[in-house]
Design a protein around this ligand. Structure first.
Ligand code: PAF
Length: 281
């Protein structure tokens, strides 16, 4: 496994692989890798001849007052995990390598990014789209792997790839959870013991919402109420949003039909956690 720090190093390696007719799988990450990332890397390993993982805490997708400076980093541990899974290249650029002086081109979207996380994180998706397209242009992968935990991000990337004719297949992978149900996230590391226990309210409340839909409930508002009321029973939890949207377009729906995303963002203390499920009705 090789760690590349520059765009040129990655380009040279991938060019050689492509000359040999090898396929390339890509897992973009911000590092501090956990079992969720491992599942993406394993899927990439299974489907492709070569695997590239990027580890880059992308400043552009953090808003003012968000956790850019404190975002956890551990390249040594990450490298070990990548090595174990059989990753071929880690791309770990400095911000200056990704954003040269004078940088002023962005990928923006009129739909999909205004709801859910877009409401409270207005610059987030522009930063995600821009960096992901840049990474795609550098790595030129056949397939790229994204976790369903960031469901809105997954929908946004799928839309971007369709709209801009990017020749990379986007593969969504299931949420990986702790044994007690908490969705794996690099940000779980911010939680104190008490907060870690309180954070279970996310998956527990979503479960109630899912059960209601499985029992025949189709009214989004009722499902939102069931979830919100349960979250409100946890004193350490503060709701950012509980929403029901069409998964492809990320627009709110009154009636649950088709592929529907039920998504929540909840502050546990100062830490903002997200979780969701998708139903096909
Ligand atoms: O999901 C993430 O970790 C990031 O948003 C991504 C896709 C690596 C872009 O920086």
């Amino acid at each position: 496994m090789k760690i590349c720090y520059t765009v040129d190093e990655v380009r040279t390696a991938v060019k050689e692989w492509k000359r040999q007719g090898l396929s390339v799988g890509f897992v973009p990450t911000m590092g501090y890798l956990h079992e969720g990332h491992r599942s993406l890397m394993e899927a990439a390993r299974k489907d492709n001849d070569k695997v590239v993982v990027s580890i880059f805490v992308n400043p552009m997708q953090f808003g003012p007052g968000e956790d850019l400076e404190t975002y956890p980093r551990d390249l040594e541990k990450d490298s070990k995990l990548c090595e174990e899974v059989g990753v071929d290249i880690i791309f770990h650029p400095e911000p200056e390598e990704m954003y040269k002086a004078g940088f002023c081109t962005y990928v923006d979207m009129n739909g999909l990014t205004t709801e859910l996380c877009g409401k409270t994180r207005p610059v987030h998706f522009r930063g995600v789209q821009t960096v992901v397209l840049k990474l795609f242009n550098i790595v030129t992968p056949d397939r790229a792997y994204f976790g369903q935990k960031d469901a809105q991000q997954l929908a946004v990337i799928k839309r971007m790839v369709t709209d801009l004719n990017v020749g990379t297949e986007i593969i969504g992978c299931p949420i990986i959870r702790e044994a007690d149900g908490l969705a794996k996230s690099s940000r779980n590391t911010y939680l104190s013991d008490e907060e870690r226990r309180a954070a279970l309210i996310l998956s527990k409340s979503l479960k109630l919402g899912r059960e209601a839909i499985e029992a025949g409930e189709r009214d989004s508002k009722k499902v939102i109420d069931i979830i919100s009321q349960n979250i409100a029973t946890e004193p350490l939890a503060k709701i950012d949003y509980v929403d029901v949207v069409d998964f492809a377009t990320i627009t709110p729906v009154d009636k649950i039909t088709g592929e529907t995303l039920v998504a929540i963002a909840v502050y546990i203390g100062k830490t903002r956690l997200i979780d969701n499920f998708i139903v096909e009705v």
